[in-house]
Every structure is written in structure tokens, then in C-alpha cells.
Design a protein around this ligand. Structure first.
Ligand SMILES: Cc1cc2nc3c(=O)[nH]c(=O)nc-3n(C[C@H](O)[C@H](O)[C@H](O)COP(=O)(O)OP(=O)(O)OC[C@H]3O[C@@H](n4cnc5c(N)ncnc54)[C@H](O)[C@@H]3O)c2cc1C
Length: 502
């Protein structure tokens, strides 16, 4: 079949009352639902699981009864659409922006360096913090500065692996491991040879070079379910979004030309005018009508590879550190999030900025139940190699690394440790990956794709997911004759950055 199914679609007519079905209640689907419902469209969200949030979600730990996240999710300051989504859905107060990061030096030099911006304009704002890192020699710091400059200036259109690019930049093995790998593995969850130059450049330019605030990190102070499942679903329902959980869609129905409806797993059918398919990329093909499943956009999705992320949850009988978070150099542990300290900054449940009519309650079995103790969460991205270790081995290794960093806590008793691995956490940002990511407008005129895997220019992130939902919403608004911009503008680049690198 041809890739363009509706070749001469009739001119769009203004229509605020379109019925839209969103399939998938992850961030992409929720963002599309929020954008469309707040613009007067009638939206139904169908989610197969018992809760919203998709890959950004929580579980109840069976032993402690606490609500813990599948993995800590953070957003950088450059994630402007994600920020706008949180503001629009009234959950921005559930995040705390960290204006200081804490880098812990490699084994043997476990000094904590506080990393914060100076008043100098970007791209110089982080230079003084960076100069304080004693585990880099002066020569290595110069290598990094030259590497960053070369990356900012590099605008080659052809994509290749970041490792390949780095090999041409005279960066020592130590610099590659302790700087480039350290930043990129957390941001993109892959090793340098499996990261595209384009995506690596985006992380450094958008996050650390172009603007003063792009690097700051926003961390939820409550479990993810309290953000996405509780707060956001309440906000959407206020806009009359009809949300159905445990409502798995079996397949999309077609009248031969367009999508007419969806068939749920229980055999029921729902009909609508427009559809947003916001499920993980590996499920798309099986849900499309046979004729459409062979479109090149869909077939290419088979080539998207995925990477695992593991999170290790540790309960101690006393605090190990007062730091809310830390980044580790040259260790198995990559990021530590101190859930006990972070939770202490959460707003009281009855102080919501939204008039939510009592619909929202922060989880009864929330965080901080371990009185006098602490709970830490350690993230290990690109966790391909962890499959060679048992859960106990990983927990023991992480525990010993934390004790080495904070030796004063040697008396602390590890009460419980567990690891959660998401094997299909993110798509791998391999060279050329953007060419196999479909745009949101599917070959079927009234069907939009949404999900972090669609073409947004962003890696697999909450920002990428929200952008995809917003872009899908923009297409639907456009088709309804009501064009509108939903995607938030990027942070403006600093003048000095433009002067040096434009
Ligand atoms: C361990 C881990 C750590 C991460 N850390 C970060 C981080 O720190 N920062 C960051 O920005 N991003 C992070 N991410 C990535 C981020 O979670 C994702 O990019 C984002 O949540 C993807 O949202 P989505 O809506 O595109 O997809 P999903 O979240 O996968 O949503 C798809 C939804 O579709 C539903 N669905 C599937 N089949 C059906 C069906 N048949 N019918 C109806 N519904 C269906 C699913 O249940 C799911 O809810 C992390 C991801 C993981 C897994």
C-alpha cells in the first residue's frame, strides 16, 4: 500500500467538538490529552495498566509497604515542554529544582565537589565549578574545554557514533571515561559507541553550553504516581477527559481509508474522529490494521534498539548523607537520590495549588516511613552488563561504594536492598536513529503517533514524550482548522554562546 493513504484530504473545517481517543496513558498520551482537552476537544484516554504514567511510575514495595518509583526520573532545565506540561496540569510544585549538583570523585579521591553556575554568562557559567574537580589534571581540563568547543561548533549533517567523533578530538581515555561517558550515560543510557553524535551534541549544547539554566535538574519530591497518576489525572478530569485504566486496546479499526475506532481487549468498541497512538514503539505494528502495518514508517520501527536502566533501592537505619543527590565518577553507581531528604521538601498534601476538590491525596504509604533512617535510590543507566550479576551482588556493590564515599556512616545498617531493572527503558540513540523515528502524523490522516520514540529531535526522555504528545495535538488542531502552537519554545541561547558558536 502507499504510505500516503488519504491523498487529497478535504480542507479542514473548524471543529472544537472533535472526539479524540488517546491510546496509552504515558506522558506522551497524557500531554496530548491535556493539550486537546484544554482547547475544547472531547478526549478519551485508554490505558491498559491499572494506572497512568507509563514508564514513569511507582510500585508498592511489598516488604516495607512504601511507594517507591520504578526509577528516579529527573528533568533538566532545558526540558521546556515538560515544564509547561507540569504547570498546565498543576504538578510543578511536586518538583524541586536543584541549583547545585554534587560530584563525588573516583575511588581513592572521594571528595564531593559542589557544582553550581557562577554569574558569568553561558557558556562560561559552569567553568569555575568544573575547575574545582581535582580528579582532572589541568591538561585534562584543557582537553575537555577544547572538546566542548569543537562539539559546539560541529554542525555536520551526517551522523556518526560519538566515540568515532571523540577519537578524532585528542581526548585521553581518562577524560573519555570520567567526563564524556559520565554525562552521556546518565542522559542517554548508552555507551559512547552506541550514542549518535547528534544526540550527544544536544545534551551538551542544550544542557550545559547554550543557556544559563539548561543544566539544572528538577527532581520530584513525591513518588511518580503522586505526580502522574494522582495529580495529573485529577487535572485532566477537570477538563472532562474520560480516563479508562485497565482498558487495553486490541487493535485499531478502519473503514478502509481512515481509522474509525478501537477494539478493546474485552471486545467492546469505541468510535471517534481522531486517534493518538501513544503506546511503546514495539506494540504499534500489532495494533494497526494489516494494510497499514506494512507502511515504511512502521516497518522501520523494528530497527529501534532499546537499553536497560536499573535502580537500586536501599533502606538504612540511619542517614548516610544529608545530600539530596550525588553523581559518582568511575563507579558502578552513577547517581544517588536521597529519597528521605527529597521527600522532606514535598508540599503537604492539603496544600495543592490547584482547586482539586479533594480528589488528590499524596500516597498514604508514602516516603519517609523508615523513621530515623533513610532510603536512597541509586541509578545505573545502560545496565547491559548487570545481567552478569545477581541482585544481591549489585546491592552489595552499591552499598560498599556508598560506604566508601561516606565512611562516617560505617555503623549504618542496611535494612533492605532491592533492584528494579527496566529492560526496555529507553530507545538506544544509535547513529542515524532519527531517520527511523516516524513523525507524529502517521500515513493515515486521522491517526497520530506519539511517544518518546517518535521524531522530536529529543532522546527518550519525559521531554521527548511530552513534545511528541504536543506535536500530535498540534496536528489534530491543524486538521480541525484551529492551528495552535503547543510545544513550548526552547530556552533562549545566551548572547555570548551565539557570538562564539553561531
Ligand atoms: C528506568 C527508567 C528511568 C528513566 N529515567 C528518566 C529520567 O530520569 N528522565 C527522563 O526524562 N526520562 C527518563 N526515562 C524515560 C521516560 O520514562 C520515557 O521517555 C517516557 O516516560 C516515555 O513516555 P511515553 O508516553 O512515550 O511511553 P510510555 O511511558 O511507555 O507509555 C505508553 C503507555 O501505553 C500503554 N499501553 C501499552 N499498550 C497498550 C494498549 N494495548 N492499550 C492501551 N494502552 C497501552 C502503556 O501501559 C503505557 O502506559 C526513564 C525511563 C525508565 C524506564
Amino acid at each position: 500500500m502507499s504510505d500516503s493513504v488519504e491523498e487529497n484530504p478535504s480542507p479542514p473545517q473548524p471543529d472544537a467538538g472533535k472526539r479524540v481517543v488517546v491510546i496509552g496513558g504515558g506522558l506522551a498520551g497524557l500531554a496530548a490529552a491535556s493539550a486537546l482537552s484544554s482547547r475544547g476537544m472531547s478526549v478519551t484516554v485508554l490505558e491498559s495498566r491499572p494506572r497512568l504514567g507509563g514508564r514513569a511510575s511507582s510500585i508498592i514495595d511489598r516488604e516495607t509497604g512504601e511507594t517507591i518509583d520504578n526509577c528516579q526520573h529527573v528533568a533538566m532545565g532545558c526540558c521546556t515542554s515538560f515544564r509547561a506540561f507540569c504547570e498546565d496540569t498543576g504538578c510543578a510544585d511536586l518538583f524541586e529544582t536543584q541549583r547545585e549538583l554534587h560530584f563525588v570523585g573516583p575511588p581513592g579521591q572521594a571528595k564531593v565537589v559542589r557544582f553550581a553556575a557562577s554569574s558569568l554568562p553561558a557558556p562560561l557559567h559552569l567553568a569555575s565549578s568544573f575547575m574545582k574537580m581535582p580528579w582532572f589534571t589541568l591538561g585534562e581540563k584543557r582537553q575537555i574545554a577544547f572538546g566542548l568547543r569543537a562539539l559546539a561548533k560541529d554542525r555536520t549533517k551526517t551522523d556518526r557514533s560519538f566515540q568515532d567523533w571523540l577519537d578524532g578530538q585528542r581526548q585521553s581515555e581518562t577524560v573519555q571515561r570520567r567526563f564524556w561517558h559520565l554525562v552521556l550515560v546518565s542522559a542517554l543510557s548508552e555507551s559512547l559507541d552506541r550514542i549518535s553524535l547528534r544526540h550527544a551534541r544536544k545534551v551538551f549544547v542544550d544542557g550545559f553550553l547554550a543557556s544559563h539554566a539548561g543544566w539544572q535538574v528538577s527532581i520530584p519530591t513525591v513518588p511518580l504516581d503522586d505526580v502522574y497518576e494522582t495529580r495529573i489525572s485529577a487535572a485532566l478530569r477537570k477538563h472532562a477527559v474520560d480516563i479508562h485504566v485497565k482498558a487495553g486496546v486490541q487493535r485499531l479499526l478502519t473503514d478502509g481509508r481512515r481509522i474509525s475506532g478501537v477494539e478493546l481487549r474485552d471486545g467492546s468498541e469505541i468510535f471517534a474522529d481522531e486517534f493518538v497512538l501513544a503506546v511503546p514503539h514495539n506494540l504499534v505494528k500489532s495494533m494497526l490494521p494489516d494494510d497499514f502495518a506494512e507502511c515504511s514508517d512502521v516497518v522501520l520501527l523494528d530497527r529501534l534498539e532499546v537499553a536497560p536502566i536499573a535502580s537500586v533501592h536501599l533502606w538504612y537505619d540511619q542517614p548516610l548523607t544529608e545530600l539530596p543527590h550525588a553523581t559518582f565518577v568511575d563507579r558502578l553507581s552513577q547517581w544517588m537520590f536521597n529519597r528521605t531528604v527529597l521527600a522532606s521538601a514535598s508540599p503537604p498534601p492539603n496544600q495543592s495549588p490547584l482547586p482539586l476538590g479533594g480528589e488528590v491525596a499524596v500516597s498514604a504509604a508514602g516516603e519517609g516511613e523508615n523513621a530515623g533512617g533513610c532510603r536512597l535510590q541509586v541509578v545505573i543507566s545502560a545496565a547491559h552488563d548487570l545481567s552478569a550479576m545477581s541482585e544481591q551482588e549489585v546491592v552489595a556493590k552499591v552499598d560498599s561504594e556508598l560506604r566508601e564515599v561516606w565512611p562516617e556512616s560505617c555503623d549504618a545498617k542496611l535494612i533492605r536492598g532491592r533492584m528494579i531493572t527496566e529492560h526496555r527503558a529507553v530507545f538506544s540513540p544509535l547513529p542515524g536513529v532519527d531517520e527511523i523515528r516516524p513523525v507524529q502524523q502517521s500515513p493515515i490522516a486521522n491517526l497520530q503517533f506519539a511517544g518518546d520514540w517518535t521524531r522530536t529531535g529529543w532522546p527518550a526522555t519525559m521531554e521527548g514524550a511530552v513534545r511528541s504528545g504536543y506535536l500530535a495535538a498540534e496536528n489534530i488542531l491543524n486538521r480541525a482548522g484551529r492551528p495552535d502552537t503547543v510545544v513550548a519554545p526552547d530556552l533562549p541561547s545566551a548572547r555570548l554562546y551565539r557570538l562564539l558558536f553561531s
